[in-house]
Design a protein around this ligand. Structure first.
Ligand code: SF4
Length: 311
């Protein structure tokens, strides 16, 4: 393994490459990456880096988003089959049909969507800014919200806005929704519950947390908020409601604390498709490129820029 690691580090220097890894990547990939974060944060890193080659260790729509935001860089992903069930839950044809039914509606799409969907969208959102973006849309406008039904329900319940909500879901986090949150909450009365609002991934938990409106130990945090929370908290027990990959980063920050996943089964097999061997092959061969054609990228950039102008 150390030979592979050394080869990756050598190739990275020779090719002026940067390795970006999503929080849900396997520990070995996180440890060798230059930056670890959520999809939007990593895309912003892609735009600001001086590196010529961006190796995106995440899933396909994230590499596309990096290509949209950083059109002058070469973006590669070590496995083109690393998909996302949430992004796949709506096709561009389905969206066009839906828009025809509500021609005056504003389309709000979660960042977990393909470039084609973004190009047909008015505003992109992440889980942590969805409420703010929806609140910025005039109340007399109908909203079509896609693709994550849990995030849609959550935003609707917070803002009091009635919205048309697409019935999509992430297969990993849909299962978290089956967990008896109250039971786990009762079992760990002294733990802080951290619910990660990025990547489509814990939105079913965000809804469940609404069952405990007065609880002071349930927190909805973005990745950096979650990292900062564990860093600065004087508590030593945390239950994490999202994909288990994030635990690696949190345990590095506070090795003394007991950090448990809400469910050990919250594993995204697409995220785990990226291995050290595939990363090495990708760097050696500069494969597999993900490039969004400029005409499509220009359209897909608009809802992202609108979102960034609001938050
Ligand atoms: S955890 Fe779910 S939303 Fe996140 S990349 Fe995997 S399939 Fe997509």
């Amino acid at each position: 393994m150390s030979d592979l690691i050394n080869e990756i580090l050598k190739l990275k220097r020779e090719k002026n490459a940067v390795i970006l890894a999503h929080n849900y990547q396997i520990p070995e990939i996180q440890d060798i990456a230059d930056f670890v974060g959520d999809s939007l944060g990593l895309s912003q890193q892609a735009a600001s880096t001086n590196a010529e080659l961006i190796v995106f260790c995440g899933v396909h729509f994230m590499a596309e988003t990096a290509s949209i935001i950083a059109p002058n860089k070469k973006v590669i992903i070590p496995d083109l089959d690393a998909g996302c069930s949430l992004a796949a839950s709506i096709t561009v044809e389905q969206l066009r049909e839906w828009k025809k039914q509500f021609p005056d509606a504003v389309v709000v799409a979660y960042i977990n969507t393909t470039a084609e969907i973004k190009a047909e969208t008015d505003y992109c959102v992440t889980s942590s800014n969805a409420v703010k973006v929806v609140e910025a849309i005039p109340r007399d406008k109908k909203i079509l919200f896609l693709p994550d039904r849990f995030l849609g329900q959550y935003v609707s319940s917070i803002t009091g806005r009635e919205m048309e909500i697409w019935k999509g879901a992430c297969h990993v986090h849909e299962k978290i929704g089956d967990i008896d949150f109250a039971e786990v909450h009762a079992k760990h009365p002294n733990a802080e519950f951290l619910i990660h609002p990025e990547c489509g991934c814990s939105t079913s938990c965000m809804m469940k947390s609404r069952q405990f409106p007065d609880a002071t130990n349930i927190h909805i945090h973005s990745t950096e908020g979650m990292i900062n929370f564990v860093k600065s908290s004087d508590k030593n027990e945390f239950v994490i409601a999202t994909e288990v990959g994030i635990l690696h980063r949190l345990k590095k920050i506070n090795p003394e604390a007991l950090i448990l996943p809400l469910s050990e089964n919250s594993v995204c097999e697409y995220m785990k498709m990226i291995t050290i061997e595939k990363l090495c092959y990708a760097l050696q061969n500069e494969k597999f490129e993900v490039r969004v054609p400029e005409e499509l990228a220009a359209k897909a950039r608009i809802p992202i820029e609108r979102m960034l102008a609001i938050v």
